[in-house]
Design a protein around this ligand. Structure first.
Ligand SMILES: [Fe+2]
Length: 221
């Protein structure tokens, strides 16, 4: 997932409201999705589910932290500083030991009126589309939109499509890649222990090219 400048598009205007995450009431395309595949054969799908309990259990097998925070109805309309303020309690609880010294927001929204948007989207997407790892946990809360973390854990790849309300922590050293799709649209709160914690150590393995993209995962039966 990108660090640095991932900011595109403008906030929309409408009054934000808070609601609890009512996961069962959402259309399935807004549901968190987990697809577990054999690492040496992406066509071998071992699990494909939107069942939150199953997703949590599968991720827990590998020590991956997964949780949910309330969703703001119109997060895209809220400026980043205000958004962080709205999540002060949740962020404070997560960071009770002060481990994360740098907490910020990455946001990207389609901006079709900007002729440079396609290139911005492509550049942002490609940044972490190849397998890499980080020296610290990669902790992200999706306040809006979606993105897919592919966790390469032993003999399996766990493609986890995160949606608004999802919190995911990729353990330090875990091989993974991130796909924000061909039309990136998300807001994520990022937590770093070090200012450069987002920098990836790329494995050089082209494994990600053999696996379905985020766009493909969403249209799969
Ligand atoms: Fe990463």
């Amino acid at each position: 997932m990108p660090g640095g400048a991932v900011r595109a598009g403008r906030p929309h205007r409408s009054p934000p409201r808070v609601r609890d995450a009512q996961r069962d009431s959402r259309d399935w395309t807004d549901m968190t999705l987990l697809q577990v595949m054999a690492a040496d054969n992406a066509a071998e799908v071992r699990v494909r589910t939107t069942d939150d309990a199953v997703i949590g259990a599968e991720l827990a097998k590998y020590g991956v932290t997964y949780g949910h925070w309330p969703v703001l109805d119109d997060a895209a309309a809220i400026a980043s500083d205000e958004l962080l303020a709205r999540y002060r309690d949740e962020v404070g609880e997560l960071n009770a030991d002060g481990r994360y010294k740098h907490i910020d927001i990455a946001r990207i929204h389609p901006d079709d009126g900007n002729p440079e948007w396609p290139q911005i989207a492509k550049g942002a997407r490609e940044k972490f589309l190849n397998e890499h790892r980080h020296a610290e946990d990669e902790v992200r809360f999706f306040a809006a939109g979606r993105g897919c973390f592919y966790l390469h854990l032993g003999e399996e790849v766990l493609a986890t499509v995160c949606e608004a309300g999802d919190l995911l922590s990729v353990p330090a050293g875990t091989l993974h890649w991130f796909d924000m799709g061909t039309r990136p649209d998300f807001i994520a709160i990022r937590f770093f222990e070090e200012e450069d914690g987002w920098i990836g150590d790329f494995s050089g393995d082209r494994i990600s090219e053999s696996f379905p993209t985020l766009d493909e995962l969403l249209i799969a039966p």
